[in-house]
Design a protein around this ligand. Structure first.
Ligand code: PMP
Length: 459
């Protein structure tokens, strides 16, 4: 419990229970229990309205608060900017937008343009629109198909749900636009090809089969997460990315990497793709860009792509006919500039590599203790533990048991996650992504809570 808890937040809890429709939540339980309403955060710690303290191993529930809670310098930077100029959009820019773009691109050799919006979904949808417009202008409308991968997620709007590799998230909301085609996942633990050939080659060949079946001339882009997040924390096999990049070059397909989760340090490099020596054509990012201190997302691309939109001025398609109202808020880039400074000045990429390795080691020790842990996988401070009832058959642990394990950690004051209503029968991966400031004792506390929870749950 936080000491000196001064306020009575019962009114907020009652108002939340009566009026707020929570994301991803089944509300029946709130007929008999109170929802959690968070009040305060500092570092990796959170306090709710009932005064409970939590160690947040998820960076705000969904991999977002990379620099941790309670950063006064970000709040100060945002305040200073808001009183000077809060907003301008349409056909002009703002000073923090320009400054952040330049600082961001210094971390991204080969890229030169940043398009602002305010959510991961929107950033991804901008790419889809750009690809479709390139197809319309330069390929007679024939090269507009977009490939996405089983298990990957790119957002919540109908456009990006058309590219959703997590069936349960999309099933109620169709019909979807045409021209989105799924390719197989790259989770070696669940490979289904029945060979022992290097899986980095097999998984890329499976993509090539789809390209050939659809016709390379019809495909504009391939959209992938560098490490799949909600679909099971899938770290691609050795060689995969090099092969995927080669396919894109061979068939003239633009490579779009969705860094909404991995971007801005999560895996110990600025971007997930930078672990793999590849050079995409589009990179999208959102969550860690301003660590949740303000809403901001970016669609980043190359000069070669940008140039394709500079047609003759009298051509009706001579520019990208798109706008994002809140892409003109200055709070986002102002927060993002300070967020980048913190990561640099506090050496948080190095900390992520070091603490990520430690977290991985501790999870491997846990795997030796508990046969239910089929595989641990991750990079930086981004880890998953896939739970199975039998290591040979790899039968997934039931969703009910998964919820008990997550709930057991929560009772001990540690917030961890699980793959969430994404793949039918496969919501069996525990997810961990503490803020990039995590220290050894935080990791010990997280792993210890999982250990206790695994001991207590009857599987
Ligand atoms: N891409 C990925 C990989 C994500 O995990 C998410 C959100 N969890 C999104 C896109 C969508 O971002 P947003 O919720 O900000 O629209």
């Amino acid at each position: 419990m936080q000491t000196n808890w001064p306020e009575n937040w019962d009114i907020a809890v009652a108002a939340d229970r009566a009026h707020v429709w929570h994301h991803m939540s089944q509300h029946k339980i709130y007929e008999t229990t109170n929802p959690t309403v968070m009040v305060e955060g500092k570092g990796l710690r959170l306090w709710d309205a009932a005064g409970n303290e939590y160690l947040d191993a998820l960076s705000g529930g969904v991999w977002t608060v990379n620099v941790g809670y309670g950063r006064e310098s970000i709040a100060d930077a945002v305040r200073e900017q808001l009183v000077k100029l809060n907003y301008f959009a349409g056909s002009g820019g703002t000073v923090p937008g320009a400054v952040f773009a330049q600082k961001l691109l210094e971390k991204m050799p080969g890229f030169s343009r940043v398009y602002y919006s305010n959510s991961g979904s929107e950033a991804n949808e901008k790419v889809f629109k750009m690809v479709r417009q390139i197809s319309a202008q330069h390929h007679g409308g024939r090269k507009g198909k977009i490939l996405f991968r089983d298990r990957d997620y790119h957002g919540t709007t109908i456009g990006v749900l058309a590219a959703c590799g997590q069936a349960q998230r999309a099933e109620a909301y169709g019909p979807y636009p045409d021209g989105f085609v799924e390719v197989p996942h790259c989770l070696e633990y669940r490979r289904a090809d029945g060979t022992d050939a290097p899986f980095g080659e097999v998984a890329a060949r499976q993509i090539e089969e789809v390209i050939l079946r659809e016709g390379p001339d019809t495909i504009g882009a391939l959209c992938l997460e560098p490490i799949t997040a909600g679909g099971g924390v899938v770290v691609p096999p050795e060689g995969y990315w090099k092969n995927v990049q080669a396919l894109c070059r061979k068939y003239d397909i633009l490579l779009h990497i969705d860094e909404v989760v991995c971007g801005i340090g999560r895996t110990g490099t600025w971007f997930g793709y930078q672990n793999y020596g590849i050079q995409p054509d589009f990179v999208t990012m959102a969550k860690g860009v301003a660590s949740g201190y303000a809403a901001i997302s970016c669609t980043v691309t190359t000069e070669a792509v940008f140039e394709k939109f500079k047609m003759a001025p009298d051509d009706p398609m001579s520019f990208f006919r798109d706008i994002s109202t809140f892409g003109g808020c200055t709070a986002g880039p102002a927060a993002a500039i300070e967020n980048l400074r913190i990561i640099e000045d506090e050496g948080l990429l190095g900390n992520t590599v070091e603490m990520g390795a430690y977290l991985g080691e501790q999870l491997s020790i846990l795997q030796d203790e508990f046969p239910v842990i089929g595989q641990v996988r991750g990079k930086g401070l981004f880890w998953g533990a896939e739970l199975v009832t039998d290591r040979t058959t790899k039968e997934p642990v039931s969703e009910v048991s998964m919820k008990e394990i997550v709930g057991g950690c929560r009772k001990q004051g540690v917030l961890i996650g699980m793959t969430n209503r994404s793949l039918p029968g496969f919501n069996n991966t525990l997810c961990l992504s503490p803020a990039l400031i995590a220290r050894r004792d935080d990791i010990d506390e997280i792993v210890s809570a999982i250990r206790t929870s695994l001991r207590d749950v009857r599987l």
